[in-house]
Write a protein that binds this ligand. Structure first.
Ligand SMILES: Cc1cc2nc3c(=O)[nH]c(=O)nc-3n(C[C@H](O)[C@H](O)[C@H](O)COP(=O)(O)OP(=O)(O)OC[C@H]3O[C@@H](n4cnc5c(N)ncnc54)[C@H](O)[C@@H]3O)c2cc1C
Length: 267
């Protein structure tokens, strides 16, 4: 394959890559997005903050998202035993959005990438960045490997690394540093939320704080499914034995508030 020359190479077609691509495309820059997977693809991270809406609006990606009727998120609830803390995004002291969405990311991210392609952005799926060289003048030479195993080079004046957990530039340029945070893990699933209550209770995003290091998230989606997940220290998560489903079912017993709603659903 021939070498490609662009102003900006964007690595990754998740929300950050799509917003960056839409912004630069609107400004008339010559850009290319390379994405190693094929969409729709599963990603965790399903609850947005209102500030995200500014970015989607600014780059012209809000209308396609609105049309998908995702579950509205006007705030969030935190539980700790009998203590209930409700955050209402409209209870604020400055201008700005007072709602956002909670979204299954496979659908959400797919809508975004389809929209930027519609706007004329060049996106290549199943193309993985495998090497990057930065010249003294700051320009870059990036090696891309296709699904078929072919390689080609992209020359770009700038690179935006939107690779999320891929951490492409830190890894390939040897800038990666181990995290100083304590070692935490997560175990999660999507369920058909057949016992969902009518009204706000059924659709409210909630974090059940089980102790200082352990919490349980409940993120209902408008498609009738709900995302459930635990976060804790890795050694605690690993202390639950069996398959992931068995471990999730066992951990669910920790949440007095949600046990009945989810104990019999399919994970
Ligand atoms: C347990 C957990 C819970 C979370 N909960 C939330 C939450 O509630 N709300 C929230 O906002 N965030 C949450 N997050 C964080 C959220 O997942 C991320 O911040 C978000 O996905 C980042 O989006 P992104 O567009 O930057 O990257 P991603 O969506 O991760 O997209 C990166 C893309 O880059 C591609 N890529 C990777 N390597 C390469 C390569 N070499 N070449 C080409 N492409 C490549 C990947 O295939 C991927 O599609 C959570 C994270 C975890 C772990």
């Amino acid at each position: 394959m021939n070498d490609i020359h662009v102003d900006v190479l964007i690595i990754g077609a998740g929300p950050s890559g799509c917003v960056a691509a839409a912004y630069l495309n609107n400004q008339g820059y010559d850009i290319k997005v390379v994405e190693k997977s094929v969409f729709p693809r599963f990603v965790i991270g399903e609850s947005l903050l209102p500030r995200c809406m500014d970015h989607f609006e600014e780059v012209g990606l809000l209308d396609c998202l609105k049309a998908a009727n995702f579950e509205l998120k006007p705030g969030a609830r935190f539980l700790r035993g009998d203590v209930v803390c409700n955050f209402d995004f409209s209870d604020k002291h400055s201008e700005g959005w007072d709602w956002t969405w909670q979204v299954p990311r496979a659908d959400f991210d797919h809508i975004l990438v389809k929209e930027i392609i519609k706007k004329g952005v060049d996106v290549s799926f199943e193309h993985e960045v495998t090497a990057v060289e930065i010249a003294d003048d700051g320009s870059s030479k990036t090696t891309i490997k296709t699904k078929e195993g072919d390689t080609y080079t992209i020359h770009a004046k700038f690179i935006i690394d939107s690779s999320g957990y891929g951490r492409v530039l830190p890894r390939l340029l040897d800038l990666d540093k181990p995290s100083a945070l304590p070692d935490h893990s997560s175990i999660f699933t999507h369920v058909k939320d057949v016992n969902r209550e009518e009204g706000t209770e059924g659709t409210l995003i909630t974090f059940d704080v089980l102790d200082k290091d352990t919490w349980f998230w409940v993120i209902p989606f408008s498609n009738g499914n709900t995302s459930l997940g635990f976060v804790s220290k890795t050694e605690y998560i690993d202390s639950f034995k069996g398959s992931n489903t068995e471990r999730m079912k066992e951990m669910l017993k920790l949440s007095d508030y949600y046990y009945d709603r989810f104990k019999d659903v399919d994970f």
